[in-house]
Design a protein around this ligand. Structure first.
Ligand code: 13P
Length: 259
């Protein structure tokens, strides 16, 4: 692409690929460096170390190559939170990236805007880079609530000093309309661009133009090699957060090669 925007291609493996499949996938990952893009893959906790080790052996681990991240993180450093993982634990195993607020966390695990804020702030304080996910459900879209939902999901984040300080460097956003996730129904480029420009405008109003422009706003929801190019051509879409198509080497390579 001729366009000089800095693109993030992020794969969210969700609850797929334990250590064996992680190693097999990353051993076969074909890498070609791009000066205008970064690749991140968010893998299950138990596969984090294998992912890092496999890439490291191939000389492919790092900011200019591939970064590995977690899919969620708790907001306390340690304590009686059975089943949770803290930011400190992630940094101890060399992880510098995490997703927060994915709609599946909100939908199935009662994640709220309040806990999303706490996880985000804590992660940033511990030096993690956060990709914060927001997006409306089909009912909300159909009742014209998309913008008010996005406003509510971002309100406390935009008001928090720690988040304000990190937007554009360690805090980025993914707009993932819930109705497009895993359904094969992708938002049209104009639907996605409309939401992204609304989000950009919110950032602009609250944080000024420099941070608003530096913050990457990724689109997620049924991204595939067939639709990614048109999405990326939209002025306010800075990359993709990809589920299903990140699990197959051919589609993952194809997405990277479209940038
Ligand atoms: P799909 O690409 O499978 O629709 O998933 C999107 C997603 O939820 C990424 O976080």
């Amino acid at each position: 692409m001729s366009n000089q925007k800095h693109v993030l291609l992020c794969g969210n493996w969700k609850m797929n690929f334990g250590p064996k499949e992680t190693q097999a996938f990353l051993e076969k990952l074909e890498w070609n460096k791009k000066s205008n893009a970064q690749m991140r893959i968010y893998v299950p906790y138990v596969s984090l170390t294998t992912a890092q080790n496999t890439l490291e052996k191939r000389g492919l681990l790092g900011r200019d190559t591939v970064s590995i991240g977690a899919q969620n993180v708790h907001y306390e450093k340690s304590g009686a939170f059975t089943g949770e993982i803290s930011a400190l634990m992630l940094t101890e195993v060399g992880i510098r990236h995490t997703l927060v607020g994915h709609s599946e966390r909100r939908q199935y695990f009662n994640e709220t805007n309040e806990t999303v804020l706490k996880r985000t702030v804590h992660s940033l304080e511990q030096g993690l880079e956060v990709l914060l996910c927001i997006g409306e459900t089909l009912n909300e879209r159909n009742s014209n609530q998309t913008e008010s939902v996005l406003t509510t999901q971002l309100a406390a984040i935009l008001d928090h000093a720690t988040c304000q300080a990190h937007f554009g460097d360690a805090l980025h956003l993914a707009y993932e309309p819930v109705w497009a996730i895993g359904t094969g129904v992708v938002a049209t480029p104009s639907q996605a661009e409309q939401a992204h420009s609304f989000i950009r405008e919110m950032l602009h109003t609250k944080l000024g133009s420099e941070k608003a422009l530096k913050t990457r706003i990724l689109y997620g929801g049924s991204v595939s090699p067939q639709n990614f190019k048109d999405l990326l051509a939209c002025p306010n879409i800075d990359g993709g957060l990809v589920g299903g198509a990140s699990l197959k080497l051919d589609s993952w390579h194809a997405l990277w090669n479209l940038i």
